[in-house]
Ligand binder design. Structure first.
Ligand code: GLV
Ligand code: MN
Ligand code: MN
Length: 411
């Protein structure tokens, strides 16, 4: 039985330290892709990777790799670990960072123990997983897996009208490696659950067997600006009202269905955005998710039909732009079983589960056997500064990752 364990103090200390980088004037953690804060987080991560004695490589979309290889295993496909270190706005400190730092921690632990892997082991921090500033999300891993061209990704215009490629150049992370340059033997991503299931069940580890489909759209509704005091209710073409109806349509439909479908309107803007002017334009985003592809398509079709009806009823024009669309992904069964074996050997319990969040693993699964390991999120809270996982669970998850890597790297 393997008794090697990761250095918990080092991992937890780095998580806390990275979690202080990129705080804004209100002390909110905001490390959006390609920003100065992202640069600061990346620089710290790279410094740790170098200090661990790993080779550092950066590809053209800014994905960072720390590679541990020797002359006698350098020709073998590496076991790749990783996640992302960019964040949402007002983030918690664990989302993504836990996986990237645990990947590094596992490699450092193995190195220090004098372990000789049959294949290289590498850790990746993928660019722009969150997709907050530049859509789609999981962009760095999507490009890495060949699902989006580097050229197209680098030309992406952000919510602040910046261009991702220019921002990566500016912060010094437009690397030279061609995305896909390391073809993994296997990919394993450790992540906080970001949902309530594990905590509720009292299970410390999730063996993630699949990940739901994700549909992102931007809807623009055009009506007419007019005076709020003088325009009778019957004479309005109110884009704001029409947008509000879409929000309630989506929520009611998802709540009343006996399915796992979730629907969110996370961004909304009105023009001219004045208290006494009927909105002439409303722009908002729709995030639809479902583990079943057919049902996700049906939800998209239902929204499209509703928008058509609404445009006629409210005399507004409606246009839709697709920002991201990813089908549900099934992870590699053998790696899921390796996770379960490792959990059993450590005397813990695991639950097979579906990921509700998007992850880089869903992209890397296109080019290599991949799976994920989850640890509980207290209260199921994430994308929020109150995001929290007890230290014992963070340590247990990283040790399971260690055990799984030992098995994969010996193959
Ligand atoms: C990515 O974090 C997502 O699930 O939106
Ligand atoms: Mn994440
Ligand atoms: Mn996230």
């Amino acid at each position: 039985m393997n008794t090697l364990s990761i250095n918990a103090e080092r991992l937890l200390g780095r998580l806390r330290e990275l979690g202080q980088i990129g705080r804004d004037s209100d002390d909110r953690l905001v490390r959006l892709a390609g920003s100065d804060a992202d640069k600061a987080g990346r620089d710290t991560f790279v410094a740790w990777v170098r200090a661990a004695g790993l080779e550092v490589a950066v590809d053209r979309i800014g994905n960072i790799f720390g590679i541990w290889r020797h002359a006698d295993n350098a020709d073998e496909a590496p076991v790749l670990l990783g996640s992302h270190i960019d964040t949402v706005i007002n983030a918690g400190i664990f989302d993504g960072c836990y996986g990237a730092l645990s990947g590094l921690e596992v490699i450092e632990t193995l190195k220090a123990a004098g372990y000789v892997p049959a294949r290289p082991i590498a850790v990746a921090a993928f660019t722009n997983e969150e997709g907050v500033r530049y859509a789609p999300d999981m962009m760095g891993s999507l490009v890495y897996a060949g699902g989006l061209s580097v050229k197209e990704a680098l030309a992406t215009v952000g919510t602040d009208d910046t261009i991702l490629g220019e921002e990566l150049e500016r912060i010094g992370y437009a690397g030279s490696e061609e995305p896909g340059f390391l073809k993994p033997h296997a990919y394993v991503e450790l992540h906080i659950e970001q949902g309530p299931v594990l905590e509720r069940k009292g299970v410390p580890i999730g063996a993630v067997e699949n990940l739901q489909g994700i549909s992102w759209q931007r809807v623009t509704i055009d009506g007419d600006a007019n005076h709020a005091g003088t325009t009778p209710m019957s004479m309005r073409r109110d884009a704001g009202h029409a947008a509000a109806r879409v929000v309630t349509f989506l929520r009611d439909r998802a709540r009343n269905a006996n399915t796992p479908t979730v629907a969110t309107v996370g961004c909304m803007g009105f023009e001219p955005n004045a208290i006494n002017v009927i909105p002439s334009r409303a722009t908002f985003t729709v995030d639809l998710r479902d583990p079943d592809e057919q049902r996700l398509q049906a939800e998209e079709a239902a929204l499209a039909a509703y928008l058509k009806e609404l445009a006629a009823a409210e005399e507004v024009t409606i246009s839709v732009e697709r920002l991201a669309r990813f089908e549900p992904v099934t992870f590699d069964r053998r790696i899921v079983e390796l996770v379960e074996d490792a959990v059993r050997e450590r005397g813990l319990t695991a639950k097979r589960m579906t990921s509700g969040a998007g992850h880089d693993a869903q992209m890397i699964a296109r080019i290599a056997p991949a799976a994920m390991i989850f640890v509980p999120s207290i209260g199921g809270i994430s994308h929020n500064p109150r995001e929290h996982t007890p230290e014992a669970d963070l340590i247990a998850g990283a040790n399971i990752l260690l055990d799984v890597v030992i098995r994969l790297a010996a193959e």
